[in-house]
Design a protein around this ligand. Structure first.
Ligand SMILES: *Cc1c(COP(=O)(O)O)cnc(C)c1O
Length: 397
């Protein structure tokens, strides 16, 4: 079928992506994100899911979703400010606030939306936002949408941040520091104690994104702020229900004033249908498991340590990690693709991450571990990495 008028550019744009190996195609899984999933009917080892605690299809979490579905229906029917606010949302927000040791919280349909809605509610034209160079795309888009001046500082570099804040001088306007706590591609941690200290000293607001930390880090699974003992020290604590919690949705936690303000001014909260009841019910059940089964976190970190040590023994350069995200540095994009294809031939499913997602020359395999993996799954991954090792030409330590 020929394109509609005005779309003459589209075939050429597709070809250009195809020619540069940048056109993405989707891979479909035949079931839930278990350690082994069927792809085209063939079981594969899944090392690419953010279902870190294995909660996405945990029976208690599925039961929580089902109970909410039965009681509140499939959809909330309206935005939160009209008739979409369910008692279930309030209970979930209280649970999140308690976990994060904040006064209050709001839930959103996705974490992406929480970020693109919340940053523009906090800053706008005439303000400045300081953003880590490796922040998640949703934070970057939130910064852009806000209309504030965006100053990117070198990744996880508190000195660079302080220099940028100083350089912004005593201009009028609000100042906001935004950072992932665990970085999604590298799995490393932001230097949060230093960031919080210097932001306080310079009178800057701080917003953190705990997407990959919630459920994974901290004694009670609250995230990186708990890990560092910084609860109550950050003004805006964002996260997602969609990763370790195995459900769907995002949240922002903070003090009462912040949440009152965002309920009115956050466009990602106001102009959208409320979080689906089943997702909220699933998240509630997942929060119970995060609280009651710390052994899942212990198990997850032990498996990560086993994978990291094994890959290093094979001569791979593994990026330092504090989380469930394990980056195996390959270097050139073509080599990463070759390693990816080799893993795939051994029925291991993990993505090769290439520029522009990561800097040129730092293409890597991004392996994510789940508490539900067994030791034999890690051995399977290491066997596959051993077979792929000759393809990772420049990856020697
Ligand atoms: C996944 C992710 C998000 C978006 O969360 P969703 O709930 O998946 O929309 C935001 N920030 C970071 C750092 C993420 O990794």
């Amino acid at each position: 079928m020929s394109g509609r008028p005005g779309f003459e550019w589209l075939p050429g744009a597709l070809d250009a992506l195809r020619d540069r190996d940048l056109l993405r195609v989707l891979t479909y899984c035949g079931g839930a994100p278990n350690p082994e999933v069927a792809i085209d009917g063939v079981p594969h080892l899944l090392l690419a899911s953010n279902n870190y605690l294995g909660l996405a299809n945990d029976p208690a979490v599925v039961a929580g979703a089902r109970a909410a579905l039965e009681e509140f229906g499939a959809g909330a029917g309206a935005s939160r400010l009209v008739t979409g606010s369910l008692e279930l949302h309030r209970r979930l927000e209280e649970r999140i606030a308690a976990l994060k040791r904040c006064e209050d919280a709001l839930v959103f349909p996705t974490g992406f939306q929480a970020n693109v809605g919340t940053i523009p509610a906090l800053v706008g034209r005439g303000d400045v936002v300081f953003s880590d160079a490796l922040n998640h795309a949703s934070l970057i888009d939130g910064c852009r949408l806000s209309g504030a001046e965006v100053v990117r500082y070198a990744h996880a570099d508190a000195d660079a941040l302080e220099a940028a804040i100083r350089a912004s001088g005593d201009r009028p306007g609000r100042r906001l520091v935004v950072t992932d706590t665990v970085f999604s591609m590298d799995g490393d941690l932001a230097p949060l104690p230093a960031i919080v200290e210097l932001a306080d000293r310079h009178g800057c607001m701080v917003m953190v994104d705990e997407a990959h930390a919630t459920g994974v880090l901290g004694a009670s699974g609250a995230g990186a702020l708990e890990h560092f003992g910084l609860e109550g020290r950050v003004g805006v604590v964002m996260g997602t229900l969609s990763k370790a919690l195995g459900a769907q949705g995002g949240y922002v936690a903070g003090n009462l004033d912040l949440c009152d303000y965002l309920r009115t001014r956050d466009r990602g909260f106001v102009f959208t249908t409320a979080l689906a009841p089943a997702a909220a019910g699933a998240a509630m059940a997942a929060l119970d498991i995060v609280r009651d089964e710390p052994e899942r976190r212990t198990r997850l970190h032990a498996l990560v340590a086993r994978l990291v040590a094994g890959a290093r023994d094979l001569g791979y350069q593994v990026l330092p990690t504090d989380s469930a995200v394990v980056g195996v540095l390959i270097g050139e994009a073509a080599d990463a693709l070759a390693v990816g294809a080799s893993l795939r031939a051994d029925r291991v499913w993990a993505p090769a991450i290439r520029p522009p997602s990561v800097p040129v020359g730092t293409a890597r395999m991004r392996l994510t571990v789940m508490a539900t993996h067994e030791d034999r799954h890690i051995d399977w991954a290491l066997d596959a990495l051993a077979s792929a090792r000759p393809l990772a030409a420049g990856a020697a330590r």
